[in-house]
Ligand binder design. Structure first.
Ligand code: PLP
Length: 383
């Protein structure tokens, strides 16, 4: 049973079926001048247009990339110039934004980090104090991959553009696209990043939306594909998978949202039931996901537990959840939760349970029961 859907998802069967046809009929290099190449190019351009529409844009550019990590790097490294005065990112960003910001700081740029509130969203007062007239670039994520907290991007963009109308505002929308409503023109963002494999597309494909007026420089050089912004032979199957997964997700956005909310709520009520049963009343947990968060991600900590051990115990039962207490898979601690003011005890015991439309109600009941059994066993052993 898979409950680490914020890390990746399984490719939709419909998409896999179509791969076979595309591989027969459109395996050509989209840069080739003969008929096959031109038809591949035509397909990619039509998907590019669909991608714009899926993001709520009537005009603008889409650059298909080799991952959302690459799209975030392109947005940041492709934008900054010698005369960029100040860069603002949040403490809650995914490493692909946060570490790029740190790299820019190391290269001598003036980079500042906006704090998070205890709810995992941007601390608006801190944002206001740091959002000075000399800020030229902002990158703030839409939905947190750690807690599911949703930032009000439209409000943040409005505020920033009031202070500096020329500011370029980038948003990492990887955990939002296909899960909650995204409308880049309504938000007023200049750039927006998405990833295919979080929404049942293929791994290794991302895209960056770029508003028409924004000029970027490439970070990968070569044959000049993707309007010179991302050289490398176009990944036709991958691009198809991103756009088709986006269409499927957006066509079913509300139904999936309601269903996943029910999964999450059932999981929590089954968890409470399991605690009440079998004398598990000594088990205490904390949630770091508030009511208006994305239901797809749940951050939960068990008191006086080492989450990694619980994760391994569940893994032995073929139940897979995410480990919230890791900055990366190797480094311990958690920058995001620490910044929210969460205690070391809770960080140590933190798990990330993330759902998708393919999970069943029966699965979440089993997860709740097995999770409480593991925590109970852990506490018994630790005594
Ligand atoms: N941004 C966020 C918020 C993410 O959750 C992830 C993946 O975990 C990424 C960026 C990176 O995506 P990709 O795996 O496509 O590089």
């Amino acid at each position: 049973m898979f409950f680490d859907n914020a890390s990746t998802t399984k490719i939709d069967e419909k998409i896999i079926d179509k791969f076979k046809t595309l591989n027969e009929e459109n395996f050509y290099n989209a840069g080739a001048l003969y008929k096959g190449g031109m038809s591949s190019k035509y397909l990619i351009e039509s998907w590019r247009n669909d991608m714009l529409n899926l993001l709520g844009a009537s005009i603008g550019k889409i650059v298909f990339t080799g991952s959302a990590t690459e799209a975030n790097n392109l947005a940041m490294l492709g934008f900054v110039k010698k005369n960029t005065r100040k860069i603002l990112v949040s403490m809650g960003e995914h490493p692909s934004v946060y570490n790029t910001a740190k790299e820019l700081k190391d290269r001598g740029f003036n980079v500042d980090f906006v704090k998070l509130g205890s709810d995992g969203k941007i601390d608006f007062e801190d944002f206001k104090s740091k959002m000075t007239e000399d800020v030229d670039f902002v990158s703030i994520m839409h939905v947190s991959n750690e807690t599911g907290a949703i930032n009000n991007i439209k409000n943040l963009v409005d505020y920033a553009k009031n202070i500096n109308p020329k500011i370029v505002f980038h948003c990492d929308g990887v955990q939002a696209f296909g899960k909650i409503k995204v409308d880049v023109e309504d938000f007023g963002v200049d750039m927006y990043t998405v990833s295919a494999h979080k929404i049942h597309g293929m791994k290794g494909v991302g895209a960056l939306y770029i508003r028409s007026e924004i000029a970027l420089k490439p970070i990968i050089f070569g044959g000049g594909q993707e309007s010179g912004l991302r050289s490398g032979t176009e990944n036709l199957l991958g691009i198809y998978s991103l756009v088709e997964a986006g269409k499927i997700a957006i066509d079913n956005l509300q139904n999936n949202y309601d269903y996943v909310s029910e999964l999450k709520n059932n999981f929590l009520s089954e968890l409470d039931k399991s605690i009440q049963l079998n004398d598990n009343k000594n088990i205490k947990y904390y949630l770091h996901s508030c009511k208006d968060n994305s239901p797809y991600v749940l951050s939960i900590s068990f008191d006086k537990c080492r989450a990694e051990t619980i994760l391994n115990m569940l893994s032995d039962k073929n139940i897979f959840v995410g480990n919230g207490s890791a900055c990366s898979s190797k480094k311990r601690g958690n920058r995001v939760l620490e910044n929210m003011g969460i205690s070391a005890n809770e960080i140590e015991g933190n798990l990330r349970v993330s759902f998708c439309k393919n999970n069943t109600m029966q699965e979440v009941s089993i997860l709740a029961k097995e999770l409480i059994d593991c925590v109970s066993e852990y506490i018994r052993r630790a005594r």
